[in-house]
Design a protein around this ligand. Structure first.
Ligand SMILES: [Zn+2]
Ligand SMILES: [Zn+2]
Length: 306
């Protein structure tokens, strides 16, 4: 963030803050000095807000147009004008989310975090880079799991997290369509990490962008991964619909040991419970052929009255 702010100051903000109304006696003390905390906060708010929209619209947009299965829009639980509603939810919440987040970025820029620049600034040098990446994923996955569990507490859920569960059949645009407090709570582990553990700052930038893209990917309905370790869109789709399963972000580890794991390949067992609804046919249609053949041939016979 410090590099980004320095570049933005050079090309944009130095000029902007040298013009009216920032030059008036009441504002000038805050905006003439690039190291003033008010100026830094204002600049970071503008930059992060625009950057968040740019990343969200471009990545979720590409995912929606090229990866998302548009047949899902005919699903019985796909809301009328759902994509517009997802975008509107973001519009109502992004500025609050950025507002809550800016203090963390200001802290980074002012040198309070443990982010470092040169590889040799850490005693383990290059060796520390892959270690820090793995530790970042493990640490943040652990905290996000429990933050997500907390968001499902009966008192918290209707006030904070319910908005994100409006989308029973999410699109990539649902990835960031949540209450601002919800998004903030689930992003806290990333910021916390940078203040607790040493991390090379460009690695952090890549990871931060990466986790946002990951968040989009688990809402894209492209069922590539069905393995038991990675928390994929198949797992997260189950979470959107059934609430109490698959709370994880990247991995299923915490769901396994906490008893909240539901295997997407076991969907047919679950589907029995809802097989009289339109949901059943949709669930069945989206499973791999071998699972359908293995799982419920007899049920089909029952359907025909055999
Ligand atoms: Zn979601
Ligand atoms: Zn949830």
């Amino acid at each position: 963030m410090d590099d980004a702010l320095a570049i933005l100051d050079h090309y944009i903000f130095n000029t902007v803050y040298a013009t009216y109304p920032f030059t008036t006696p009441s504002l000038s003390p805050y905006f003439s000095d690039p190291s003033n905390v008010v100026r830094q906060s204002t600049s970071l708010f503008v930059f992060v807000y625009i950057g968040a929209w740019a990343m969200y619209l471009s990545c979720a947009g590409l995912s929606y147009w090229f990866l998302f299965d548009h047949n899902l829009k005919k699903h019985p639980k796909f809301l009328k004008n759902q994509v517009q509603l997802e975008l509107w939810t973001c519009f109502k919440n992004f500025h609050y989310l950025v507002l809550y987040t800016v203090p963390w970025f200001v802290g980074e820029v002012r040198g309070y975090s443990k982010l470092y620049e040169r590889i040799e600034d850490h005693p383990w040098g290059w060796w520390y880079i892959p270690i820090s990446v793995v530790w970042f994923l493990v640490f943040t996955d652990w905290l996000i799991y429990w933050a997500h569990r907390f968001l499902h507490h009966p008192w918290v859920y209707p006030r904070v997290h319910k908005v994100h569960h409006m989308w029973k059949v999410p699109t990539p645009f649902a990835s960031h369509a949540f209450n601002a407090l919800d998004g903030y709570m689930q992003s806290l582990p990333y910021h916390l990490f940078a203040f607790l553990f040493p991390l090379q700052k460009y690695v952090y930038l890549i990871l931060f962008v990466g986790v946002n893209i990951w968040t989009i990917s688990i809402h894209d309905q492209l069922f590539i991964s069905r393995n038991h370790i990675i928390n994929s869109t198949a797992h997260h789709t189950i979470h959107h619909r059934d609430f109490n399963y698959n709370f994880g972000q990247y991995f299923t580890f915490w769901d396994w040991i906490s008893g909240t794991y539901r295997d997407p390949l076991d969907e047919l067992k679950f589907a029995d419970a809802v097989r009289k609804t339109g949901e059943y046919q949709w669930t069945r249609a989206r499973l791999p052929k071998e699972v359908v053949e293995r799982g419920d041939g007899t049920k089909d016979e029952e359907d025909k009255g055999a």
